[in-house]
Design a protein around this ligand. Sequence first.
Ligand code: NAD
Length: 328
Amino acid sequence: MTAREKSAATAAPVRVAVVGAGHVGATFAYSLLLSGLAAEVVLIDVDEKRAQGEAMDLAHAVPFSRPARVWAGPLSDCAGAALTVITAGAGQKPGETRLQLAGRNAKVVRGVAPEIARHNPDGLILVATNPVDVLAQLAQEGSGLPTGRVLGSGTILDTARFRWLLGQHVGVDPRSVHAYVVGEHGDSGVPVWSSASVGGVPVAEFAEQAGKPVDQAARERIASETRRAAYEVIQRKGATYYAIASGLVRLVEAVVRDQRTVLSVSTLVERRHGYPEADGVYLSVPCVVDRSGVSGVLRLGLDDVERAALARSADVLREVRAGVERGG
Ligand code: NAD
């Protein structure tokens, strides 16, 4: 642990508020509890009974895990939280796209974001509810908090799936694969092949050496499996929650330990960041995440095909946003 991380880790008890104690919220709270990163975890849900039941069950796990106070409370209990994580709202039904959830979940986020900022003007808001990019942008605008302090979980999961599939293909630990999915968390997300690497070696070269070339067919398969992953899980078990919960805990760690970790999260992209085609849109590109939220945006080299795909992804998100404004 660096000195910077140490001082962050020994500060006041870390509170994390979870708005929406469903599959994702409760699983995230459980993973967070096991991680020991938070001393206080409050579950907030319109279904108060559900939040209470989850909080009781989680509290009974404390004697086996790490000391923490877990309770169900009103939205005002997000006061003082380092992060308020929004996992409230409907999930995809089998076959449904994330974007089809926009209208319903926009109402939820527009309802809670201003209240969170009112009770907790100094904390961060992390949105996981889908469609996460559009909703993170609505949360930022509705809360009035600076853009760096309102982020979406974005493509952390798509990036994890891409790295996992690449690792499987070339036969290495996915943690040794550096590769990102940028753009929308969803169907138009863009796997970036041009800068993907394994242990510092460009992935195409590494794959060639390993005798598992990433030819066009392999690329299409990996891209399609990355994109289809959530649909496949939802078709079999109705929802996805373990992987996103782990990703959210990783984000909490980067924040509360002030780690300056590079993660692909959804943030307000501006022309100056080097992605003119995505100007003004919340979407994922690699960002530096620390105690202040998103403190930097990396300018990832993209080839022409990737750049055109990112432009299309930004347009998809602009259209969904316009649809939400029309009430569609
Ligand atoms: P769920 O139905 O199990 O839980 C949603 C919870 O939100 C329910 O308990 C409900 O009572 C609560 N809720 C609804 N409106 C609320 C409000 N105004 N205030 C407080 N609580 C409210 O759904 P889930 O499977 O946990 O999914 C939650 C969201 O997370 C969905 O939008 C889903 O698509 C999304 N998700 C995102 C990712 C990602 O990578 N970002 C991954 C998986 C799921």
